[in-house]
Design a protein around this ligand. Structure first.
Ligand code: 13P
Length: 250
């Protein structure tokens, strides 16, 4: 059985005081035992205080990125070991904003995924097409390439630590979400690719999240689709009431 997961990607929002305020509200809103696994991903500077504040709750703290090397002369970067030293064992990799603004390509992402797996971390791996790819009917192939480049060389045993997040770039922060049918169609395609390239068991056990303008008013419909196992939430995760409503949308 695969997990249902709702993860909030806070992106580059919230200083320490704002983070503490959001965490306080989140703890007030959350039911003790939500049906979904809940994760939040603050910026690097807020990881440790978030981990401390959420101790004793079921909420998992994730990082938004990490470097592929263990340590060394990489000014400005953060390693898996550093994340683990502050209690963080989950990391988002491959977000479209990292691909677009920081030139992260399949080769770099394969290294980052391998480093995370070597360090026994869980990876939320993001991928998805641009609007032009969809318009020209290339979206299925593009998603296959993104998965192949970064993930299909992993050993079977690594897959228990991989969560997939399909995030069509045209739906991120735009208010335009994929329809539940479009999400299901792509998620089914992804599961078929997993079955073909990795195996039946991994295909049925891997959680595939949808991301892109998920809000309280559309989450239920999207999460109801057979191959959608939850969501990666941007904007709406910055509001505790909205986020918890999404968490409770199964
Ligand atoms: P929005 O929910 O703001 O569209 O962002 C989605 C996202 O990029 C999550 O990683």
């Amino acid at each position: 059985m695969r997990d249902k997961i709702v993860a909030g990607n806070w992106k580059m929002n919230n200083d320490l005081a704002e983070t503490e305020e959001l965490l306080g509200k989140l703890k007030l809103q959350m039911v003790k035992d939500p049906e979904a696994t809940v994760m939040v991903a603050p910026s690097f500077t807020n990881l440790y205080p978030t981990f401390q504040a959420l101790k004793g709750t079921p909420v998992i703290v994730a990082a938004q990125n990490m470097h592929e090397n263990d340590k060394g002369a990489y000014t400005g970067e953060v390693s898996a070991a550093m994340l683990k030293s502050v209690g963080v064992t989950t990391v988002i990799l491959g977000h479209s904003e990292r691909r677009a603004y920081f030139n992260e390509n399949g080769e770099i992402l394969a290294k980052k995924v391998n480093a995370a797996i070597d360090n026994e971390m869980t990876v939320i791996f993001c991928f998805g097409e641009e609007l032009e790819d969809r318009k020209s009917g290339k979206h299925f192939d593009l998603v296959e390439t993104q998965l192949r480049e970064a993930l299909f060389n992993l050993p079977q045993s690594a897959w228990k630590n991989i969560i997939l997040a399909y995030e069509p770039v045209w739906a991120i922060g735009t208010g335009e979400t994929a329809s539940p049918e479009q999400a299901q169609e792509m998620h089914k395609h992804i599961r078929n690719l997993l079955e073909k390239n990795v195996g039946k068991e991994v295909a049925s056990n891997t959680s595939i999240l949808y991301g892109g303008s998920v809000k309280p008013n559309n989450a239920k419909e999207i999460f109801a689709k057979e191959d959608v196992d939850g969501g990666l939430i941007g904007g709406a995760s910055l509001n505790a009431v909205d986020f918890v409503q999404i968490v409770n949308s199964f």
